[in-house]
Design a protein around this ligand. Structure first.
Ligand code: GLV
Ligand code: MN
Ligand code: MN
Length: 415
């Protein structure tokens, strides 16, 4: 690949990112794009249109994972994959996932403009439902590609309204058998995901790009507490079985378990607390908690889950409530591929970018792609480490650096 770059700007990419952000279930600048919602479908159409304009050929699998292929001269070779997701949690910003999809497309367009001819095909992947919002489990599309979530398990998934994955994906136009989503190892030669860091380190240290060596191990446990409802005035405090006060103890027990591992890498969050019936003058009879526990050390993460289970058992005995727990997922961490990291490093040096090796504390589709292909991730800074919020921000320079390093790396790997 030539090292002399014509004057390429990423103004087009920035405009596309902004346009994509306007396709939202919430009032801009807030981005909410839950899988298979109208906004998700319109965003997919927009992204696919851009890929088609770039001459890529598009295919989709039965769960809606989308593959946009730039055909290499040796088309039979497994391709180099890049990409991420465009679904967004409620009240999100515009960079999480989208930088990896539209930035991946931009990296391909840069190579096209430079006259590069790939030997291996380069395939941009838009994964379905990286975010767990609708079905309670993250990385749905990549998880199914790696067959970590089987078709039978997928068919049992329901959203909060009780609508099944099967109904929703077919209504969205993805009708093939779910059995066809899993792909064999070797389907991709290598896979690289560009993403914002979602943490503060790169910005604080003034570093252009992060080369991700490991992806932390995420787990989620759902906890349902059944107490006894009743009148908030009429029922006296002795003998109450308030499901929410029981839940409060569990939330604090989880926080304490995560803080007491002695490792800064252990994190635990209760992001969902649904109270039934949810009336100010009614004692909560049922509470549903969704917990998120992560660590770069899977065994240490599991000890925190055990502590949560022990707290549940103890609270049942003491408060007389009933508690059921369901382990939604407990995924192992992933290790990135040394050869891709070396290629990323070489590209960062050649592009004149500063870099550091680092761990991803957030999970990504790469966690599951790592089961079927060598992967690595390329991080760019985000302001204040802020993510999963509308004020998430990555500067044009940061995005430009990421695209530059990604495009060089794709060129090296596809040659
Ligand atoms: C992905 O969005 C995550 O929660 O890490
Ligand atoms: Mn996210
Ligand atoms: Mn993401």
């Amino acid at each position: 690949m030539t090292t002399t770059r014509p004057a390429l700007t990423i103004d087009g990419l920035l405009a596309e990112l902004k346009t994509l952000a306007t396709i939202s279930e919430a009032e801009p600048p807030v981005v909410t794009r839950v899988v298979f919602s109208d906004a998700d479908m319109r965003a997919r159409a927009y992204a696919k249109g851009l890929c088609t304009d770039a001459g890529l050929s598009i295919s989709e699998d039965a769960i809606g994972n989308t593959f946009a292929r730039w055909q290499g001269s040796e088309a039979e070779l497994p391709p180099i994959g890049t990409g991420s997701h465009i679904d967004a949690i409620p009240n999100a910003g515009l960079y999480d996932g989208c930088v990896g999809v539209l930035g991946g497309l931009e990296a391909i367009r840069v190579l096209q403009k430079l006259g590069f001819k790939p030997r291996r095909s380069i395939e941009l992947v838009i994964f379905t439902a990286e975010e767990p919002t609708r079905f309670g489990i993250g990385c749905l599309g990549s998880r199914m590609m790696a067959n970590v979530l089987t078709p039978e398990q997928a068919r049992r998934l329901r959203d909060k309204e009780g609508r099944g994955l099967e109904e929703l994906r077919t209504a969205a136009g993805f009708k093939g058998p779910l059995e066809s989503v899993a792909v064999p190892e070797g389907r991709f030669h290598r896979f690289i995901e560009l993403h914002i860091e979602q943490g503060p380190l790169l910005e604080q240290e003034g570093i252009d790009v992060g080369l991700v060596t490991h992806i932390a191990a995420p787990a989620s446990m759902r906890v349902v507490i059944e107490g006894e409802g009743g009148h908030a005035g009429g029922k006296l405090m002795p003998g109450r079985k308030d499901a929410l006060t029981a839940a409060a103890e569990l939330i604090l027990a989880l926080e304490s378990a995560a803080k007491s591992t002695g490792a800064i890498d252990t994190v635990a969050t209760v992001g969902v607390c649904e109270v039934f019936p949810g009336a100010v003058n009614s004692i909560p009879s049922r509470v549903r908690l969704e917990t998120d526990v992560r660590d770069i050390d899977g065994a240490r993460r599991d000890r925190v889950l055990d502590a949560l289970q022990a707290a549940c058992d103890e609270v049942v005995g003491r408060r007389g409530v009933a508690i059921s727990t369901e382990l939604v997922n407990a995924d192992p961490p992933a290790t990135c591929d040394l050869a891709i990291l070396a290629a990323l490093e070489e590209s960062a040096v050649a592009a004149g970018k500063t870099y550091k090796r680092m761990v991803s504390r957030a999970y990504h589709d790469s966690l599951f792609m790592a089961r079927i292909a060598p992967v690595a991730m390329l991080f760019i800074p985000c302001r204040g480490g802020v993510s999963h919020r509308p004020d998430e921000y990555a500067s044009p320079e940061w995005i430009g650096s990421g695209v530059h390093v990604l495009s060089r790396t794709l060129a090296v790997l596809a040659s």
